[in-house]
Design a protein. Structure first.
Length: 91
């Protein structure tokens, strides 16, 4: 494990799969109308992503993962210079 990985929060004590698979399983558990569309360049990752539909996250796992997203958005999406280039007019 790298030092960077050691500093990441581990909300799921015993994750039932790789991080990308857990993220997709969490998204699928949010609402029935949410359909994540992951991309990958490797066949093994495509199979891993598809297997996320079979990952069973407990209610505690979902609650713990939800705490990671409860921080909200901080900062502007674009810098002031970039914002000046954004077309804000509506048709």
């Amino acid at each position: 494990m790298t030092p960077r990985e050691e500093t990441r929060p581990r909300p799921v004590a015993h994750p039932p799969g790789p991080p990308g698979q857990i993220a997709l399983a969490w998204l699928l558990a949010q609402q029935p109308w949410i359909a994540p569309i992951p991309s990958t360049r490797r066949t093994e990752h495509m199979a891993e992503n598809a297997a996320a539909t079979s990952v069973a996250l407990s209610a505690d796992d979902i609650a713990a993962l939800n705490t990671l997203t409860s921080t909200g958005v901080h900062g502007a999406r674009y810098s002031r210079q970039q914002m000046a280039l954004v077309d804000t007019a509506t048709s």
